[in-house]
Design a protein around this ligand. Structure first.
Ligand SMILES: [Zn+2]
Length: 262
């Protein structure tokens, strides 16, 4: 069965690869400094994952956005980086990525802790629905291509990984050999520390948005893990180590940096 699946996947990939203009790959890679430390082999595997992602998921433009092939590739490559060593199965169970031109304002009723219901009008750069689509603002995807710790695609996909075992709570399903207790202690300590620093009006290198909730903390530190691993490691080395074990990637090593040299 496995051999048949591999054979089938190879056929599909062959066809999908042939449909991409090689110049498009060059354009997209040039626009994504995030990918520049990947080896040739990893880049090839990531490109294949991106093609399979585009085959599995519908990318739906909204509000008149023209979603070109290079834009689709740029979204798919960033979306697949977190699962480069985990596999696309981790994105099973949802099917659509809706892309707005700019920030969008979802109008929906929310209930507060006090039971009062109100209509939310907050502009968003991205959203991940439990068992539903991911929603992105293209303007923010574009802004996130700079390597500065902000990446809305990785952020929303991190929420999706977190949601694989229920509502987003800052802890995705962990691999065998990882300790939920160590994860919880490590993330709680870092989250509490960041909340304390933000409450004290301290300038923090990590975006204060991470203090919104443990789920946002996980999504935000995932952005730093891939974009600015040296910064995350300097701030919260134990969180970096947990993310390295979870994502099965070591972006610091890709930069040629070892913890001793930081
Ligand atoms: Zn979020």
């Amino acid at each position: 069965m496995r051999a048949l699946t591999d054979w089938w996947q190879a056929r599909v990939l062959e066809r999908e690869r042939a449909r991409v203009d090689p110049l498009d790959w060059v354009r997209v890679r040039d626009a994504l400094p995030l990918l520049e430390d990947l080896s040739e082999e990893d880049t090839r595997r990531l490109a294949d994952l991106a093609l399979l992602f585009l085959r599995d998921k519908r990318l739906d433009p909204a509000q008149g956005l023209e979603l070109t092939h290079t834009m689709r590739l740029a979204i798919a490559l960033q979306a697949c980086l977190p699962v480069l060593e985990l596999g696309l199965d981790w994105y099973r169970g949802w099917y659509a990525v809706i892309v707005y031109p700019e920030e969008f304002v979802p109008e929906r009723e929310v209930m507060g802790d006090d039971g009062v219901v109100w209509t939310e009008h907050e502009a968003k750069s991205g959203e991940a629905w439990e068992q539903g689509p991911i929603i992105l603002s293209w303007a923010d995807v574009e802004a996130g291509m700079e390597r500065d710790g902000y990446n809305v695609v990785i952020h929303e996909l991190a929420h999706k990984l977190d949601m694989r075992d229920g509502a987003a709570n800052g802890c995705p399903p962990l691999h065998a050999g990882m300790s939920p207790k160590v994860w919880a202690e490590t993330f709680s300590a870092a989250y509490d520390d960041l909340c304390r620093r933000v409450d004290a009006d301290e300038e923090t290198p990590i975006d204060p948005y991470a203090t919104e909730s443990p789920a946002e903390f996980f999504a935000v530190v995932s952005e730093y893990f891939f974009e600015l691993p040296e910064l995350l490691h300097a701030e919260y080395a134990a969180v970096y180590d947990q993310l390295r074990a979870f994502y099965r990637q070591d972006p610091l090593a890709r930069l040629g940096v070892t913890p001793e040299t930081i």
